[in-house]
Design a protein around this ligand. Sequence first.
Ligand code: AKG
Ligand code: FE2
Length: 290
Amino acid sequence: MSTLEATTLDQMVDTARYPLADPDGAEGLALTARARHELATTGCTVLPDFIRPALRDTLREECAALAPRAYFDVETVNVYNTAVHPDLPADHPGRTTFERGNAFVARDRIPADALISRLYAHGAFRSFVARCFGLAELHELADPLAGLVLNVVAPGREHPWHFDTNEFTVSLLTQEPETGGAFEYCPNIRSAKDEHFDDVRDVLAGRGERLIRRLPLHTGDLQLFKGRYSLHRVSPVGGGTARHSAIFAYSERPGVIGSVARTRQLFGRVLPEHLAAAEGRAVRGDELLD
Ligand SMILES: O=C(O)CCC(=O)C(=O)O
Ligand SMILES: [Fe+2]
């Protein structure tokens, strides 16, 4: 790491508590061991005050200034993000729909010198995240829109119950709502082999309190989460302040770019990079990089 990179990291992150630059020291090893253990057991770990509390206001203000740049389009979705098929049995949880009322600010509308951009692009941060998830290496997404986004949940809106398509998510709360807007999750409610429809149905019907955990997140807290097997949501936001969270997307292989359809759905537009990637896929007839 260059001196400039080390200084940048030290200014942003509480490196006494979270020694990212010294991963093999005793404290660095203990930190990753704890994160790995929590991810293995509950699919979730939180690093409170990851961003130095002295920068909390800067973090909040920088992101709040970007929030009006979000693409807003209320979508009707189910927890699996699949089409609601008329052939599904009447009591199938995939038939229950919600209004996804959150909106994303795309990476190309987030200045490169914003705190969240500098953190996303920082090599030591990326390796730290990889170690916590037990992965050898991670890459920034090649996608110019989806790599780093600000998730905006306005008062009266929610980011309803869903499973993620991605194996893992990294997020940083940048603005707390006055009321509501809690991150709620059901650790390992399903597995690769069993959908556990009965439990999912209970949660969607409001009968699943026994399965739900709530995270008290504050501005500057970093959250690592495995959302493929743990149903989760941001509950409806109350009061007059929106909930903002930065979402850092990394991939295990380099060069990942989102599909044209999904990109249009999330951001209301596509860039030449998305069209070129789609053309590459069509010509080759596969999803491989080479
Ligand atoms: O904004 C959050 O805290 C949760 C976001 C989330 O679940 C997602 O983007 O899939
Ligand atoms: Fe999610």
